[in-house]
Design a protein around this ligand. Structure first.
Ligand code: UD1
Length: 346
């Protein structure tokens, strides 16, 4: 793997996918890692968890990326920055439906600022956290990277569509700049050690933390958002993928850029397992691996939800030599291990 001493900047390093990616970077490469995170939706404790797993300390810059002046000041001091992995963004579909301006401001202003920094500091390698939500409701499944985007189903999804265009156009304008857009399907699960995982503030929006918190008795009951969709059991279909597999793909994408293996200035990859799983099947897997009944009920549909989506991942497997290692049961058991760990930690 990589063997240098330059620095990779990770925005949103205390977040769910950012922290798992830092763990893989520290374990698989010799790069220095600097995180930027203002803990607006995360906790500083994450860095203790990363240290417990890797034995390494990570420097975090507590800066709001929407504040260009503060960002310039902080990143100007980083030694030999050669790449940025940009995770920091808001990511709740329902919250974005209720407060679109929050999403347009935070997700777009921060991206523009971070690209300004790339230009100013001549940072040539950039990875952008995109989402399968860019595809919207599609006619043909599974989706390939060439599938045409439909209308975004939520402002969150729209910020990802816009973000991809911004990165692509910026890349075209800068001859030395290279970028990768990673379209995540549904990242779930926790580090296999059980020491790091998703840490939602307040009531979670996403399915898996909602399941584990219900099983732990923190929440009373899970509501399945609709069982009258045109799918095999009526509930929505998603491509759940283990967060450590997603993190590993980032290290490979970084290698790909730094070692100049990319064929285009901007490369796009679907990060999914290729398997569509319904909400009821996900619950079934959780109940099986944890040997407990989950308290759930069927409720109305959730606004902004895509009915069914899963990835064709042939291209990423070939180009990045990447294969997801974990299956649905692994995702559910690791998520539960993390939930139990959190209880013990308190
Ligand atoms: C969406 C995006 C995904 C993005 C993620 C960030 C799509 C297709 N995907 O994921 O790219 O990374 O937001 O948050 O838009 N559900 C319930 N009950 C609950 C919670 C969820 O039934 O309490 C159902 C949802 O209706 C959905 C599935 O579980 O069918 C997954 O939902 P969630 O975990 O919120 O992720 P997405 O909305 O699919």
């Amino acid at each position: 793997m990589l063997n240098q001493n330059s620095t990779i900047i990770v925005t949103g390093g205390a977040g769910y996918i950012g922290s798992h990616t830092i763990i893989e970077l520290l374990q698989q490469t010799n790069y220095n890692v600097v995180s930027i995170d203002n803990f607006s939706n995360s906790t500083a404790k994450t860095f203790e968890r990363i240290e417990a797993i890797t034995g390494k300390q990570v420097k975090n810059l507590n800066v709001d990326i929407c504040n260009l002046e503060a960002l310039e000041l902080a990143l100007g001091k980083v030694k030999d920055p050669i790449g940025i992995i940009h995770f920091a963004a808001f990511k709740s579909v329902p919250q974005s439906v209720g407060d679109p301006l929050l999403y347009y401001h935070n997700n777009i202003a921060s991206l523009v600022n971070i690209l300004k920094i790339c230009k100013k500091l001549s940072i040539a390698n950039f990875i952008f956290s995109s989402s399968c939500s860019v595809y919207g409701n599609v006619e043909k499944l599974p989706v390939t990277e060439q599938t045409q985007f439909s209308v975004a189903e939520s402002p969150y999804a729209h910020t990802k569509q816009m973000g991809e265009d911004i990165v692509t156009n910026f890349t075209k304008s800068e001859s030395k700049f290279k970028s990768v857009l990673l379209r995540y399907f549904n990242p779930v699960g926790a580090h296999p050690s059980g020491f790091n995982g998703e840490y939602p503030r307040g009531r979670p929006d996403n399915l898996v933390p909602y399941i584990t918190q219900t099983a732990a008795g923190i929440l009373q009951k899970l509501t399945v958002f609709g069982d009258d969709y045109d799918t095999r059991d009526g509930s929505c279909i998603r491509d759940y993928i283990h967060v450590s597999d997603i993190a590993d793909a980032h290290v490979r994408a970084l290698n790909y850029l730094i070692e100049n293996k990319q064929k285009k200035a901007t490369s796009v990859f679907n990060l999914g397992t290729g398997v569509g799983v319904s909400v009821l099947e996900a619950i079934g897997s959780f109940e099986k691996v944890t040997r407990q009944k989950l308290n759930y009920e069927i409720g109305p549909r959730r606004p902004g939800d895509v009915i069914s989506i899963y990835a064709n991942n042939d291209f990423v497997k070939k180009e990045l030599d990447w294969t997801p290692k974990y299956n649905l049961d692994d995702m559910m058991s690791s998520a539960w291990k993390w939930q139990v760990h959190l209880k013990d930690e308190q």
